[in-house]
Design a protein around this ligand. Sequence first.
Ligand SMILES: [Zn+2]
Length: 145
Amino acid sequence: MSRYLGDDFLLPYLTPNNTPFFTAGSVQIQFCEDCNHAQHPPDDICYACQGTNLVFAPCPGTGRVESCARVHHPIHPALKDKVPYVIAIISVDGAPGCNVQGNVINCPAESVEIGQKVRAVFEEVEDPTTKETLKVPQWEIVTNA
Ligand SMILES: [Zn+2]
């Protein structure tokens, strides 16, 4: 699969906290076992109760566009042939109050609107430096919702 922003575009730098999100091939959100708070980005401590009993759990892989930006000006030379593209804030089903950022792909940039239902799709790529396989979550519009 060719990546939306190009196969040479930057990959996420994996840390213990973000590895599930970028490698699982499902939408992994961090939950607090003490108060059930869902949070993203993941961290070492719960933002609601300051607890440290945090676990990752897969969510259904659907969500809603809460905000989006259509990028027409390439901010980097590697993106000059990729504009326009869409960056969106997605509220994640199964993780109340939890939003993630991603691109909305497989559609014209002009067709993305706030309120649309989306589902996660994953760009699988091997990091050429670390040789780790990433499955970067992206989003596409659910047309039969
Ligand atoms: Zn908590």
